[in-house]
Design a protein around this ligand. Structure first.
Ligand SMILES: Cc1ncc(COP(=O)(O)O)c(C=O)c1O
Length: 325
């Protein structure tokens, strides 16, 4: 993935050219990681471009900011409008959406309070994060020697820039060792998540995923997959998962806005199930893609359509009324 280097970026309410969207080197966020951000996606559906669960992403952004004592004069509707305006200004059909709130330029020191809270929304085109082939073939993953942050150190539920120093270590180690992705354990040695994805295991027909207390980010894809799997009649349990359960799972898969639903075929060179995308993974993956692509009815109200010229939503309601909850 490379940036196009063109297009418009929303910065504190103004649309600026990509090349002009710069901040000062003395901005607090650069030195102290004082940013919180989101990653959402807009899909090109048969009924027009639609953001997937935009409200949920904005809500998590607000919660991340609250944890870090940052306030910004935009409410949920204001953020939604700003995202939609930026997509329209860039005339994009499908894109990755990156809103970020960060401590800007005023002084440097650990205390961020005297630095302004600035905001930006960037968009770019981003395909399958772990590769298109991986969506079918699965990826090779390894348990990382880096753990996820311990409770009460860095708040895992906040999607903060600082947390991604840990994610970067996990990802770099996995790549250096020849794997596509690393799986981090939490401080207790039980399964947490990937460097930028949540994780699910299937065993004897039941679907398991670690709970929020296992130092995971409360992923919006995770929540969507839990909902869709239950809609499909599967039992889903959020529970503490020992590492070895992964090795003896029938199926395992990563989920996230970037990774979408990606099967895991090996962990630490141990084959998971048959070493291919498992049948339950396939059913869930298909339903997930049908929903995000606007092919299946949007029964949960997860799609927010971007362009005002649309007439009808996938559910048959006027599109203006089809808003993510
Ligand atoms: C560490 C981590 N866990 C999980 C996820 C998945 O979250 P979501 O589904 O909201 O993208 C992400 C992606 O942002 C992540 O960075």
């Amino acid at each position: 993935m490379g940036f196009p280097g063109t297009g418009k970026i929303w910065m504190n309410g103004k649309l600026v050219e990509w090349k002009d969207a710069t901040i000062h080197i003395a901005s607090h966020v650069i030195h102290y990681g004082s940013g919180v951000f989101e990653g959402a996606r807009c899909y090109d559906t048969p009924n027009g471009s639609a953001c997937f669960r935009l409200d949920a992403h904005v809500r998590r952004l607000e919660h991340s900011a609250k944890i870090y004592r940052m306030s910004y004069p935009l409410d949920l509707a204001g953020w939604n409008d700003a995202v939609l305006e930026t997509i329209r200004a860039n005339n994009l059909k499908a894109c990755y959406i990156r809103p970020i709130l960060y401590r800007g330029y005023n002084e440097l020191g650990v205390n961020p309070n005297n630095c302004p809270v600035d905001a930006a929304i960037l968009l770019w085109e981003w395909g399958a994060y772990l590769g298109k082939e991986a969506l079918e073939q699965g990826v090779d993953a390894a348990i990382s020697s880096w753990s996820r942050m311990a409770p009460n150190t860095f708040p895992a539920m906040a999607k903060s820039s600082a947390n991604y120093a840990n994610s970067g270590l996990i990802k770099m180690q996995a790549l250096a060792d020849g794997y596509s992705e690393g799986i981090a354990l939490d401080v207790n040695g039980t399964i947490s998540e990937g460097s930028g994805q949540n994780l699910f295991i299937v065993r004897d027909g039941t679907i398991f995923t670690p709970p929020l207390g296992s130092s995971i980010l409360g992923g919006i894809t995770r929540d969507s997959v839990i909902t869709l799997a239950r809609d499909l009649g599967y039992a889903v349990t959020e529970s503490i998962l020992p590492r070895e359960l992964l090795y003896i799972a029938d199926e395992a898969f990563f989920v996230g806005t970037a990774a979408e639903v990606t099967p895991i075929r090996t962990v630490d060179k141990i084959t998971i199930g048959t070493g291919r995308r498992g049948p339950i993974t396939e059913v869930i993956q298909k339903r997930f893609f049908d929903v995000i692509n606007g092919v299946a009815p949007d029964i949960h109200g997860w799609l927010t359509y971007v362009y005002p010229d649309h007439k009808r939503g996938a559910s048959g309601e006027p599109r203006a009324a089809v808003h993510a909850r």
